[in-house]
Design a binder for this molecule. Structure first.
Ligand SMILES: [Zn+2]
Ligand SMILES: [Zn+2]
Length: 707
């Protein structure tokens, strides 16, 4: 069962139209997905420039030696050596076991396979090799008169969609990357599990790469790491405690934890990170899971805030709340640029409090007589903790259903983010069937109606233990992500057919969910505290970021200082001055499908979409080896193209058409050797004829059998 999407409440509250974008410059990549513009495509194989030499092992070691924490956790020399990357020889000596048939938790271990197979290339992935070298030196000319170097901010994901967040920050000889998340594939990339940000620029400048800094543990911020780390020889990753726990789980499933582990370093509000010329201080923010940080990034020429995903919860129930005092103190020290979460910038007012949601859940649990089944996101750690507390208070036990829910509750308890009395929380097993209904709360995955997730299986009767009863109350304590909305409604249908009661947004005014993303007032407070000279909205479609920029202008930021930047653009900052460079990175994202990595611009996606809409038509032609003439009537095989009612007649018509068209082309191409050209011509001719006649354009595949 793969219900991992439950761990991804990143689009909460993002409602409304599905198109953002700025048509005059870039077509919208649409909601939750993106594809490169045609001119974004990398050079064709034949035009591919020669890829530069790989950095030596020495230069990789320098990265580790140059990286450390100050002052509380400065690494000793011995620790620094231990943290250095394992060399390829060392890895071979360790004889890493690899079994290509072994699968862990539903995910193939191809990431490890790719890693081991790519060792000749020192971890470079093929897609990275296709990248054109970028001459960044010319960018510096603009600032030449100043005698200083600018700090460069280059978002590579998360600014034209909600998801896939990642940003490159560069100053002189140093580069680091904030977050490295996945984006889930949309309708235009059928079959794809994840989309990964394009880190080719970092790959090409690997000798200057100092590591990753992670703001928090949601998949749209950490999910791409297992797929990309091998290509970078497992560089340092700085992350908060809970994010480290979640990251390690993903790395373990990919079989990569033992390589990555040594270079994962915890930071918190007391341990600034020093990497090369960067000094980075974390400050706590509220979000939909605990232990989330914003970053205050200082270089010799810029002071920049990256808020991460945030909101401000006045009744925050996390042990450690948003540190408004520290944010204000940072504001006093000076902020050249504020980059803030835009997901809910369109919504007026404050983001509703988590406590109100929990109070409503308590009221429902207190008055219910039967079982309560709550479906929510498995990373909503604080809400899960409160549900457990409420259940304890009302004499109920909590039964946990769904892989990611079980994993995350276990992990959060191990790390001290969830606490409960022994025996209060159990897995759903047949032993629970003897427990009276009024002593049961079930928490389950499946809040988005995913086909194989917990709630769907309970609702459609395929769950091995739980069958719905008329006395059951199901509460949807999550957002309905627009692209998943209809799926959840079909689950509501199933629940209704079983006679159970379901409460969700459309049939109940009571608030059972709130978002982890800042609404207008939260954002305005952040701006008031940080007093930025410039802003660059983050995390969202164009229209969401535009709303964020408008808020900044309403707070007194000059309009020309509110910068709308897309993925692949760069913003340079030098002593409070900012300039934007449009699209220097020419990004091509990678896609992951059952462990195999490809690119978003692969023609396979157009083929899949065509097959989906129009089907496939195979034309089998037996021809004489010498004369190339047909020796029998062409045979038509179609899949997904013709209804049964017309298949026989139309196949016959098509066969006749193929025969006459083929004979005509044979005349035209007689004496020419280029058999391939004739196949292309035949395919084009038949496609045109079929489109005119039937108003459908299937994939036409002529196949010749020589006799
Ligand atoms: Zn996010
Ligand atoms: Zn998040």
């Amino acid at each position: 069962m793969n219900d991992s999407t439950n761990t991804h409440p990143h689009h909460e509250g993002a409602e409304g139209g599905s198109q953002g974008g700025r048509p005059e410059r870039k077509p919208s990549r649409g909601f939750f997905r993106r594809r490169p513009r045609h001119d974004d495509a990398r050079p064709h194989e034949s035009e591919k420039p020669h890829a530069g030499p790989h950095p030596s092992i020495e230069s990789v070691d320098i990265i580790a030696a140059d990286t450390g924490l100050e002052p509380a956790k400065a690494m000793t020399e011995a620790e620094t050596t231990a943290a250095a990357h394992p060399s390829w020889d060392e890895m071979n000596e360790r004889k890493i076991p690899y079994d290509p048939n072994k699968r862990t938790a539903g995910r193939p271990v191809d990431t490890l396979k790719t890693y081991l197979e790519s060792k000749d290339q020192r971890g470079r992935r093929n897609y990275a090799e296709q990248a054109a070298p970028r001459r960044t030196n010319s960018w510096v000319d603009f600032w030449e008169g100043t005698g200083k170097k600018p700090t460069r901010i280059m978002p590579i994901g998360g600014l034209e969609e909600v998801g896939g967040n990642s940003m490159i920050i560069e100053y002189d000889q140093d580069i680091f990357v904030v977050d490295c998340g996945v984006l889930f594939g949309g309708d235009d990339l059928p079959g794809v599990d994840f989309i990964l940000p394009d880190l080719s620029y970092v790959q090409e400048n690997r000798d200057r790469f100092r590591g990753f800094v992670i703001t928090h543990g949601h998949l749209d911020h950490i999910g791409a790491l297992p797929h990309l780390l091998p290509a970078f020889d497992f560089p340092p990753i700085y992350a908060p405690k809970l994010a480290i726990g979640l990251m390690k789980k993903h790395l373990e499933e990919a079989g990569l934890l033992k390589f990555a582990e040594k270079n994962i370093i915890e930071y918190d509000e007391f341990t600034p990170i020093k990497m090369g010329s960067f000094r980075i201080e974390g400050f706590r923010v509220d979000h939909s899971l605990p232990d989330c940080f914003g970053l205050y990034i200082q270089t010799p020429t810029a002071k920049v805030i990256h808020t991460g995903d945030f909101r401000i919860d006045k009744k925050c129930m996390d042990e450690k709340k948003a540190d408004l005092d520290k944010i204000a103190a940072i504001g006093d020290r000076g902020v050249d640029l504020l980059m803030a979460d835009s997901t809910n910038a369109l919504l007026p007012g404050w983001t509703p409090n988590e406590k109100d949601v929990v109070d409503n859940l308590e009221a429902a649990i207190a008055e219910a007589e039967g079982r309560i089944i709550i479906t929510t996101f498995s990373t909503l750690v604080t809400r899960l903790q409160k549900i457990i507390n409420i259940a304890e208070k009302h004499g109920r036990k909590v039964y946990v259903n769904g892989r990611s829910m079980i994993n995350n509750i276990t992990l959060a308890r191990d790390l001290g983010f969830i606490k409960f009395e022994p025996g209060t929380v159990k897995r759903v097993t047949k032993h629970m069937l003897g427990v009276p209904d009024n002593k049961v709360v079930v928490v389950t995955t499946g809040s988005q109606g995913e086909t194989l997730a917990g709630l769907t299986r309970i609702a459609n009767g395929s769950h091995p233990v739980l069958a719905l009863k008329e006395t059951d109350l199901v509460i949807h304590s999550a957002s309905m992500i627009p692209s998943n909305g209809m799926k959840f409604l079909s689950v509501v249908n199933m629940i209704a057919r079983k006679g159970a009661t379901v409460r969700f947004k459309l049939n109940n005014p009571t608030r059972y969910h709130t978002s982890g993303h800042a609404q207008a007032e939260d954002l305005k407070l952040m701006m008031e505290l940080t007093k930025p000279k410039h802003v660059m909205p983050l995390h969202g479609e164009y229209f969401m970021r535009q709303a964020n920029a408008q808020l900044a202008v309403s707070m007194g930021v000059p309009k020309e200082n509110a910068h709308m930047v897309d993925n692949g653009d760069a913003l340079e900052i030098l002593d409070g001055k900012v300039r934007k460079i449009a699209n220097p990175l020419k990004l091509v994202d990678s896609v992951v499908e059952k462990g195999t990595v490809g690119q978003v611009n692969d023609p396979v996606f157009q083929e899949r979409l065509t097959m989906h809409e129009n089907g496939v038509l195979v034309v089998l032609m037996k021809v004489d080896r010498r004369s190339r003439r047909l020796v029998s009537q062409p045979k038509i095989i179609s899949r997904g193209f013709l209804f049964k009612t017309v298949a026989q007649q139309r196949s016959k018509d098509l066969s006749d058409v193929v025969r006459t068209r083929y004979d005509r082309l044979l005349e035209k191409f007689s004496g020419q050797k280029k058999q391939k050209d004739m196949v292309y011509a035949l395919r084009a001719d038949l496609t045109r004829w079929i489109t005119d006649k039937y108003e459908k354009t299937p994939i036409v595949m002529p196949i010749f059998i020589e006799q």
